[in-house]
Design a protein around this ligand. Structure first.
Ligand SMILES: [Fe+2]
Length: 209
C-alpha cells in the first residue's frame, strides 16, 4: 500500500457550499498494473464521443488493483474526516476505469453514492473536469445578471479543474460534472456510501445501513 505521506497536498475548493478535495500523489503505474487496466473489457458509446468505460463497475474486487484502491480510499477517508468532519463509516459501492483520448464525458452526477473520487493515473494534454451547479448561491437568492468582480465560491456557476497525472479529485456525488479532454488520460472512479448505525432511537432517527 502506498503511504498517505506521498500526498503532496490536499486542498479544498468550494462551489456553492459543496467541497471539492484536490490531492496530488507521486504516482506511477507499474507495468503490470497498466497491463491489467488495459486488459479490462471496455464499453464504447460512439454517439456521444464518450470515453471507454470498464464494463465492470466493481473493478476493485480484483486484488491486482489493490494498491490503487488503497490510495483512493485513504484520500476519501481524509476528505470525510477533515473536510466533511463526520464520524460515520464508509463502504465502497462502485469502482470503474475510463480511458480517454480526445473524448468528452457529458454532464452527470453519481446516484446511490455519497462521496465520489476520481484518480488520474495518467494524463497528457489538456484535460479538465468541470463542476456545474446551475445557479450560484447568489443567483439562488435573486436570479440577476450580476457584474462579477472576481469569481468565487458564492458567485460561480462553474468550477474548472485542469487535470495532471497523479491528481485525485473528491466530491459529493450529487455535484454535476463533465469532463472535456484534449489529450489522453486513464482515470479510476470510485463511489462510497455511508454504512453502519446512524441516528438515535430516542430521536426517532435510528437507521442501520
Ligand atoms: Fe463522474
Amino acid at each position: 500500500m502506498q503511504s498517505m505521506l506521498n500526498i503532496k497536498y490536499m486542498e479544498c475548493i468550494v462551489i456553492n457550499g459543496s467541497p471539492i478535495g484536490i490531492g496530488k500523489i507521486n504516482f506511477d503505474l507499474t507495468e503490470e498494473e497498466r497491463k491489467n487496466i488495459l486488459d479490462l473489457r471496455y464499453i464504447k458509446k460512439i454517439e456521444h464521443n464518450d470515453p471507454l468505460i470498464s464494463e465492470n463497475s466493481s473493478i476493485f474486487k480484483d486484488k491486482k488493483l489493490e494498491r490503487i484502491e488503497n490510495i483512493m480510499s485513504g484520500c476519501v477517508e481524509e476528505y470525510k474526516d477533515k473536510i466533511l468532519q463526520i464520524k460515520n463509516k464508509l463502504r465502497l459501492v462502485h469502482s470503474w476505469s475510463t480511458i480517454n483520448n480526445n473524448t468528452n464525458h457529458k454532464l452527470h452526477a453519481h446516484k446511490n453514492s455519497l462521496i465520489s473520487c476520481s484518480f488520474y493515473l495518467e494524463s497528457e494534454g489538456k484535460n479538465k473536469i468541470i463542476f456545474k451547479v446551475g445557479k450560484s448561491i447568489l443567483e439562488k437568492c435573486h436570479y440577476l445578471d450580476y457584474d462579477i468582480k472576481e469569481y468565487n465560491a458564492f458567485n460561480s456557476e462553474n468550477l474548472t479543474i485542469n487535470i495532471d497525472k497523479g491528481m485525485i479529485v473528491i466530491f459529493l456525488s450529487d455535484l454535476e460534472h463533465e469532463s472535456i479532454n484534449k489529450g489522453k488520460k486513464i482515470m479510476f472512479g470510485s463511489n462510497y456510501f455511508i454504512t453502519g448505525k446512524l441516528g438515535k432511537q430516542e430521536k426517532y432517527t435510528y437507521l442501520e445501513i
